[in-house]
Design a protein around this ligand. Structure first.
Ligand code: GLA
Length: 734
């Protein structure tokens, strides 16, 4: 859209057209708009991000009085402001002064790509700002490409993927924090003056602690189902940094990108540097609305096989830990098959010939079957799986090595370590990280998977673990002057490797595990089908962790397993019903020794698995509506999934504390069709008498404005009473 370029006019000329913008770019999704001014020779300007604008409103933006902010602040000229990019030129000059060189929007097969090319006024350096939409998705991905056209090497000191100004106001930040076994905790706080920084420096995993995804609620304290929300997810698997700068002006400034700490990046003449995408969404339906946008985009575009249903599995870890043997594996397969499960995953402990893997201090790197444990090898396990009618999956941790391993004996030069120093050891006192920057290591990691899948094409599932951070800044592969590339080069190498694996094995299911939830990010999900939410399988703590994780990730990607009581991490004794009800709100699996379960418990799981198969399409592909946050301390948490056609929904309710005569809130449902009648069926019912509304029908309108009364405890025989209560209600439209 070309417009006459006029300077800002004063009030007395108010009747004249006041448009300032000469080249307006409207990046539009079905429900959102991003508007940019990219007039050649001028600074590129950010004009608007939010609810979808009509052409008329886009044209009138210049008259709205809103400031036009720098679209991508570069460091150097007026350096007192926070910048999104900083560079040292070949001649030592530390400034950038970027103006628009070109702008274009291209149609892609499944969306659009708008590129604004900025060029330095003096130096032959280009920065391309990319904005990509996908048809039907309310998400815009933005990333940059910096091209060094200088005669010598330039050094990038900062390289954000995106920058977004957000109008100053009662803006709240919702972010995730945590620790191992306590991932995905929600924190909410208003953005106050000064700088808020969220960053990660693990090197390998990036979501145990803070996450690289956030929500900004623009209308005060975050609400689940109302209010304007901007969501942002940096799609990167490595170290990241998110900055929120609230200065003295009218805007909060949000920057997101690769963490620049100790990571200066040198670009040789003619080379370019591409940043990972920052995905932005906007919703006027609260946090849950922004989550639905992320989930749909995730399933359709960013998660391997995101539109396909996941199998119900049993994983061996908490059942047997390292005690792997043929008989035990066969028995577990028989058990999961008898309960209706579809897949068995053999976890850690199956490999190592010279050094058998009996605990966590040996064998990583030696991916050959330990025949003393498994005399018939993987072939024998696949035969067992076939006999029991389930699929078979296997655990690997291919980016890692133990010092006690044949691999380390042969290739000590493959590990990450600082020159002239001994490597730091992690898990088991012997674990090190392989240097994914090294193409030979990339081949090695590729070959771990390739060998397994070539020899045993029936392997249906891989659990890919990563149990160590980068513990020494040092690559034995990168040259001395490129040591600062390590963190990024690791993830480039990782991406190249998994890309190769996916090209050859597009169908295998791959789980991203990293000491639990260390790889819950959209940087890995294009190659991975799901992630392990946490090594903590305690159902109560999972209510909190899965709540936070669901802000950004759909249930189809969130592995959630029924485990033993007392729980192996928290030692809480939570009844099987509650454990099943929680696991059934994600990608259901089991992580337990079935041999230790009673027949009654197995029968309960059989019923739960059968019910899950019925609701699986709605849980894994439906729209989330979070209703009552466990973080609000109301004694209860509740959420629901609704099928896109609103024919069906599943409602979950969990008590989070237990006091006698506690007043619990009545939960209003959401997302239903107000004009349709929904029949209620309770799943995993344990009560002696049905709920009053069992089999009864209510309008969506009634359910959304009133909800149903959920009893605070279960009506069971005295000896079965306990301090927990949970419910799953299935709603089917008539
Ligand atoms: C990590 C994973 C667990 C399990 C163990 C095996 O901790 O998160 O699920 O696979 O490794 O050693």
């Amino acid at each position: 859209m070309k417009k006459a370029y006029l300077f800002m006019l004063s009030g007395c000329f108010a009747s004249l057209p006041m448009t300032m913008w000469a080249e307006t770019l409207h990046v539009a999704t079905p429900g959102t708009s991003l508007v940019i001014d990219a007039s050649k020779g001028d600074k590129a300007k950010f004009l608007y991000y939010g609810e979808k604008l009509s052409d008329a409103d886009v044209s009138a933006l210049g008259d709205s009085g809103a400031a036009a902010l720098d679209l991508f602040p570069a460091y150097g000229v007026n350096p007192e402001h926070e910048a999104a990019v900083a560079m040292t030129h070949a001649d030592g000059n530390m400034t950038l002064d970027m103006v628009v060189e070109a702008a274009e929007t291209k149609r892609l097969p499944d969306g659009t790509l708008t590129t604004v090319t900025l060029r330095d006024k003096v130096y032959p350096v280009d920065i391309k700002l990319n904005y990509r939409t996908y048809d039907g998705e309310d998400v815009i991905e933005t990333w940059t490409e910096t091209i060094n056209g200088e005669k010598g090497e330039v050094t990038l000191r900062r390289f954000d993927s995106g920058y977004l100004p957000v109008r100053y106001g009662d803006v709240w930040l919702s972010s995730l924090y945590g620790a191992w076994a306590n991932e995905g905790r929600v924190e909410e706080a208003p953005l106050t003056h000064g700088m808020k920084v969220i960053k990660n420096k693990d090197g390998v995993r990036n979501s145990h602690t803070a996450h690289s995804e956030v929500m900004l609620s623009l209308d005060g304290k975050p609400q689940e189902n109302e209010g304007r929300v901007i969501g942002a997810a940096l799609c990167y698997s490595g170290n990241y940094e998110l900055r929120f700068d609230t200065d003295y002006g009218d805007y909060h400034h949000f920057f997101a990108g690769i963490n620049p700490d100790d990571s200066e990046y040198k670009l040789a003449k003619g080379e370019s540097f591409v940043t990972p995408p920052l995905a932005l969404t906007y919703s006027e339906e609260g946090l849950s609305g922004a989550s639905r946008n992320f989930h749909k985009w995730g399933r359709n575009r960013k998660i391997a096989h995101g539109n396909e249903e996941r199998k119900i599995l049993l994983n061996s870890w908490e059942g047997v830990y390292f005690d792997i043997n043929e008989e035990g594996m066969d028995a577990m397969m028989a058990d999961i098959a008898s309960m209706g499960g579809e897949l068995f995953v053999m976890d850690d402990g199956w490999f190592g010939v010279k050094y058998p893997r009996n605990n966590d201090s040996t064998s990583l790197g030696d991916w050959s079957v330990d025949k003393t444990k498994l005399p018939s090898g993987i072939k024998g396990l696949l035969d067992s799986a076939k006999k029991h009618g389930v699929k078979f999956g296997i655990w690997i941790e291919p980016e890692m090595v133990n010092s006690i391993s044949e691999l380390y004996e042969k290739h000590p030069e493959y590990v990450i370590k600082a020159a002239k120093r001994e490597p730091t050891m992690g898990r088991g006192g012997t674990q090190m990280v392989l240097d994914m920057a090294n193409p030979k290591v990339q081949d090695l990691v590729f070959n771990v998977v390739d060998t397994l899948l070539t020899n045993y094409p029936e392997i249906d599932y891989i659990k890919w673990d990563a149990n160590a951070p980068i513990m020494d800044h040092g690559s034995q592969y990168l040259s001395a002057d490129k040591q600062s590339h390590l963190y990024h080069a690791y993830h480039e190498g990782f991406a190249k490797t998994v890309d190769r694996i996916r090209a050859k094995y597009p169908d295998v299911t791959i789980q991203a595990c990293a000491s639990g939830g260390g790889r819950a990010n959209y940087g890995v999900l294009p190659w991975f089908d799901e992630f392990w939410v946490s090594d903590n399988t305690d159902a109560l703590q999972r209510v909190y962790m899965q709540w936070g994780t669901s802000y950004f990730f759909p249930a189809v990607a969130m592995a959630s397993h029924i485990s033993a009581a007392p729980n192996h991490q928290t030692f809480l004794t939570i009844p099987l019903k509650y454990r099943a009800d929680v696991a059934m709100s994600g990608r259901l699996g089991m992580e337990i020794q079935p041999k230790n379960m009673t027949e009654e418990e197995k029968e309960f799981c059989r019923r739960a698995i059968a019910s899950y198969k019925e609701i699986r399409p709605v849980v894994q592909q439906g729209d989330i509506y979070r209703l009552q946050s466990p973080y609000d301390d109301k004694g209860v948490a509740s959420l629901m999934y609704v099928a896109p056609d609103k024919n069906e929904a599943v409602f979950y309710w969990y008590k989070t504390e237990s006091f006698v005569n506690q007043q619990l809130p009545r939960i209003k449902m959401a997302g239903l069709d107000p004009d349709r009648m929904y029949t209620v069926t309770e799943l995993n019912c344990i009560d002696n008498k049905p709920l009053p509304y069992e089999g009864k029908s209510f309008s969506g309108r009634y359910l959304m404005s009133n909800g149903l009364e959920i009893p605070a405890s279960h009506s069971v025989d005295y000896h079965k009473q306990n301090d927990w209560a949970s419910r799953i209600l299935r709603l089917q439209a008539k």
